[in-house]
Design a protein around this ligand. Structure first.
Ligand SMILES: [Zn+2]
Length: 357
């Protein structure tokens, strides 16, 4: 842990120097810097149902909404008569701002589907699928260890213009394995095994302000944790907090000349949860509905805005969208072949990055 903090401080100092120099060089340097950026935010085990319908009455008015006083508070905060009002109460930034500046996929009430394809419906297989573009049946445990596959963030970090400007923040030590820090040399900042979303957020904001990384991953986890605890009140509070973190991040992006109008935000989850009051707490291979998730993108260039109807996506599309956001095409089939080689031949990494302009 200490080692990561030293790196963070060192990088921040470097950023101050860089900021000073660019401001001295003036407008010419600013205009020349039209590099595009991408920020991927994940709320672990967040359900599409709450994103698009708001609080679920069958759970909010059950005994899973917490002790009486907390349940009452949750109902006051999040219960409204219509789904439109409920979702706006739960995620005011998503439904006030992102809906006007981005695309929202995964509302099954509008026949828009985002599917987790790995069949296992828990975290490591989901993050691997999201970050490499495809499921890998060998990854069948959160204790799998270092990822044999190369994530899109590792691929970007190996490209000129990105190297050293790619960072991962997450409230779960397993991200060290998922992003394979030993091999990838990515900057991966984690905070232990218990989720502390607010702590992660407070680390991310100053980092973003000062360094404006080309590619950033932020992993929140309290939604999953409170889901397992069967505390729907706190699950909703965690989702509401993530909406606030997204708002803060977006405000930081729009107020930073290096980011404004050239940054794409992607928001998704690694898996869903059960559909019913009896199984919403759970996810996994036997839980129907836990393969259902959502995908929100916002940024420059998109012509289609708002909720999307009649679409089908898989979680692995996140890897393609991450590359596309910085102007690159990611070849999933190439990556599958290259990942096979990586295990035998480290130099294969640099020969086949599977990204093209
Ligand atoms: Zn879980």
């Amino acid at each position: 842990m200490r080692r990561h903090w030293v790196i963070l401080v060192a990088m921040s100092a470097a950023a101050s120097v860089f900021d000073h120099r660019t401001s001295d060089r003036g407008d010419t340097a600013n205009r020349a810097d039209d590099a595009r950026h991408v920020i991927v935010v994940v709320s672990d085990g967040m359900r599409w149902q709450e994103v698009f319908r708001g609080a679920d009455s069958t759970i909010l008015f059950s005994d899973q909404a917490g002790p009486a006083a907390d349940a009452d508070a949750a109902r006051r905060k999040y219960w409204r008569p219509t789904a439109t009002d409920r979702r706006a109460a739960l995620m005011p930034f998503v439904w006030g701002t992102l809906v006007r500046q981005g695309q929202l996929r995964g509302n099954r009430d509008l026949d828009s589907r985002v599917q987790v394809a790995n069949g296992l419906k828990f975290s490591y297989p989901g993050y691997n699928e999201m970050l490499t573009g495809r499921p890998d049946p060998r990854i069948d445990s959160n204790e799998h260890g270092p990822n044999p596959n190369v994530t899109i963030f590792e691929r970007l970090n190996r490209r000129p213009g990105f190297t050293g400007s790619v960072a991962v923040f997450g409230t779960w030590d397993t991200f060290q394995d998922i992003f394979n820090v030993e091999r990838s040399r990515l900057q991966v900042f984690t905070n232990g095994s218990k989720p502390h979303d607010n702590l992660v957020h407070r680390q991310v904001l100053p980092y973003v302000d000062r360094l404006a990384p080309r590619a950033l991953f932020v992993g929140f986890a309290e939604t999953d944790d409170w889901g397992h605890e069967g505390r729907y009140d706190r699950f909703l509070d965690a989702a509401h907090a993530v909406d606030g973190y997204l708002a803060d991040l977006w405000a930081a992006v729009q107020s930073n000349p290096r980011y404004r109008d050239r940054t794409t935000l992607i928001f998704t989850a690694d898996h869903g949860r059960g559909r019913l009051a009896t199984d919403w707490r759970h996810h996994g291979v036997d839980v129907a509905g836990a393969e259902e998730t959502f995908l929100i993108t916002a940024g420059p260039g998109g012509s289609m805005r708002g909720e999307v109807r009649g679409t089908n996506n898989v979680l692995g599309d996140v890897a393609l969208l991450t590359a596309a956001a910085v102007g690159l095409r990611y070849d999933r089939a190439c990556a599958a072949r290259a990942d096979g080689l990586v295990r035998r031949l480290a130099s294969a990494l640099t020969r086949a990055d599977c990204l093209s302009p």
